[in-house]
Design a protein around this ligand. Structure first.
Ligand code: DQA
Length: 145
């Protein structure tokens, strides 16, 4: 099984950006954490981070026929991007939406998730642990997909 993990804009700034919300661990720490989770779950993984909406759309399109599942934190594009929603619908790959923070406990403009409407599951407010739960969910789902 092969998973693609996509992290959107400003997640490369983890550790520096708003530590009260996102914690003090860096993006490199997150990459190591996800790689460890995937190794433990016995699945292959590719990690991708971009600050550009179109690049994320292209990456999702290129995942077609290559990856069995996607873990996606679209970051701010969660709340704005119909293009990312349409890309997910185009490829039909089982996708889990992950957010480090609980978007429903924050500002009203974060309460809508476009990408989430094409996801089989949404996990939020658990910090790094959310990615682990997403890996485990997709690995379990992989048996029946
Ligand atoms: C985020 C939540 C978004 O609202 C925000 O724009 C982010 C990160 C999260 O992981 O909690 O950049 O997706």
């Amino acid at each position: 099984m092969k998973l693609l993990v996509i992290n959107g804009p400003n997640l490369n700034m983890l550790g520096t950006r708003e530590p009260a919300i996102y914690g003090t661990q860096t993006y490199a720490d997150l990459e190591r954490y996800i790689q460890d989770c995937c190794a433990q779950a016995g699945t292959e993984v590719e990690l991708y981070q971009s600050n550009h909406e179109g690049d994320i759309v292209t990456k999702i399109q290129q995942a077609y026929g290559v990856f069995d599942g996607i873990i996606l934190n679209p970051a701010a594009y969660t709340h704005t991007s119909i293009a990312i929603l349409d890309a997910l619908k185009s490829v039909g790959i089982p996708t889990v939406e992950v957010h480090l923070s609980d978007i429903y406990q924050r500002e009203a403009f974060r309460h809508i998730s476009y990408a989430g409407q094409a996801c089989v599951k949404s996990i939020m407010g658990l910090g790094f642990e959310g990615y682990k739960q997403a890996v485990e969910f997709l690995v379990a789902l992989g048996c029946v997909w």
